[in-house]
Design a protein around this ligand. Structure first.
Ligand code: SF4
Length: 456
């Protein structure tokens, strides 16, 4: 193991970000790589248990992971484009679209959306010319709608301000493209342009925390910084894009959250969580097995929640308890009339162009105060419809249908659903939001949220 680290041979970039506090080494985490009396490494270097310090091990891990990826990787449309597209800007765009769609969304759901998107807007230039309405229509059902809007705004910026050329490095991508964060920038730069830069997403966090027994809150900035350092140190220099995808693929298919398939894992011999499960120690290296649990190591599980042998490797990673989503109630009314072809038609209105579900269409809706009696809720909705339609709406005429619950990332939304059949047309206040009558088929093709589909 190297005792000294020159700038060019350093395997572990130990630099802490300027803002990070310098952490003293825990006395219970001695570094077994150092002989007695040797000078201590940089004070920000993590304890030995939680880092990769052996260049031979790093090489072996890269090789094992890439060989497994070559054998087992899933056939995905964006991978095919990244591998075969000769135009560098289009290649970057293809990876970018996939990365944005994959945020918070399962691969299986994304494939169909991705194919339709790339068919409709195969280039940055095509996307830049699309309307927000078209983008929302195609995005409908994928959730987190601002992603589509931001993607299109950023495409316009590339076309109008960057001469149609994608920035080629992670740093430039993150700096120049709105909505592109550190992860997305690293993914585009490594996969499309071969930059040797790591990525850290939810799958990578899980794999790295298990490989190196990191049990401190994995959403804390201190742990995230360590994981970025580790990802940057591990990434294969000659196949960075494949390496990053392999690490994420491992997290998605083998090192899964609840029942990881450790027996099939290509990097199991490097995994300290598995070692600890099998042998009661995280590593054969002596003196580090009790790292932190009785001390103050900032990367170990807190002393109050030590290793739980019934959980095995799923002791890692750990997250601070999530904030409870905010509860909201909204009354919504499905106004229905008979269309000219005899079938039912429904009235939908467009939401404001900013805020939650910006620009999407919905049934006329009004937020409700918590703990209102049903009768009062009905009156609030009737008043809202009346102001909007310019004609009296009797609260009693609203038929209560039921409640629909939809969980947004930070909101637990309950829609209280009513219906109101109408005999004739209604004249809507031109000052109110845009609105239109749609058949059921047109409703599903419109830019409506999944929640509204549930309401219908
Ligand atoms: Fe994950 Fe198990 Fe592989 Fe460790 S051995 S990386 S816990 S799948």
């Amino acid at each position: 193991r190297p005792r000294t680290r020159s700038a060019s041979t350093r395997q572990w970039p130990c630099r802490a970000p300027a803002s990070a506090a310098v952490e003293p080494r825990s006395p219970s985490c001695p570094d077994p790589a150092l002989p007695a009396g040797a000078p201590a490494p940089a004070p920000t270097s993590p304890p030995a248990l939680h880092r990769f310090s052996d260049p031979a091990e790093i090489e072996a891990l890269r090789g094992n992971l890439l060989a497994w990826y070559d054998r087992c990787k899933r056939d995905l449309p964006w991978r095919a484009l990244a591998a075969t597209e000769p135009d560098a800007d289009r290649r970057g765009y293809a990876v970018w679209v996939s990365e944005i769609m994959l945020q918070q969304t399962q691969v299986a759901t994304v494939i169909d959306y991705y194919n339709r998107w790339m068919q409709k807007w195969p280039t940055l230039q095509a996307l830049a010319q699309a309307s927000l309405e078209e983008v929302n229509e195609l995005w409908a059902g994928l959730g987190y709608y601002s992603r589509g809007k931001r993607l299109q705004e950023a495409a316009r910026k590339v076309v109008c301000e960057l001469g149609g050329h994608m920035p080629r490095t992670a740093e430039a991508l993150q700096k120049l493209l709105p909505g592109v964060g550190r992860y997305t920038a690293g993914a585009i730069a490594s996969i499309s342009y071969g930059q040797a830069t790591g990525v850290v997403d939810g799958n990578v966090i899980r794999v790295l925390c298990r490989l190196r027994c990191i049990g401190a809150d994995s959403s804390s900035p201190a742990v995230i910084d360590r994981l970025w350092d580790m990802a940057n140190a591990l990434v294969d220099r000659s196949r960075p894009g494949d390496f990053n995808q392999a690490l994420m693929e491992l997290g998605a298919t083998v090192c899964v959250p609840k029942a990881p398939l450790c027996g099939e894992c290509p990097v199991k011999q490097h995994c300290r969580a598995r070692c600890r499960r099998l042998f009661g120690k995280p590593t054969p290296v002596p003196d580090v097995e009790d790292c932190g649990e009785f001390g103050d190591c900032s990367l170990c599980p807190p002393a109050t929640e030590p290793w739980d042998s019934s959980l095995g490797v799923t002791n890692f990673p750990r997250k601070a308890a999530k904030k409870q989503p905010r509860a909201m109630r909204t009354a919504t009314c499905v106004l229905e009339r008979r269309g000219c072809r005899g079938g039912p038609e429904y009235l939908i209105v467009q939401r404001p162009s900013s805020g939650l579900l910006a620009g999407l269409w919905e049934f006329p809706s009004v937020p409700l105060a918590q703990d209102l009696q049903e009768e009062k809720e009905r009156e609030v909705l009737a008043d809202h419809l009346q102001a909007w339609m310019g004609q009296p709406v009797a609260a009693k005429g609203l038929r209560f249908i039921g409640e629909v619950i939809h969980i947004f990332s930070h909101i637990h939304q309950t829609y209280v659903v009513y219906s109101l059949p109408l005999d004739g047309d209604v004249t809507l206040d031109p000052a109110s939001s845009p609105s239109r009558w749609v058949t059921e088929e047109e409703f599903h093709a419109s830019a409506v949220s999944t929640a509204m589909k549930k309401v219908l």
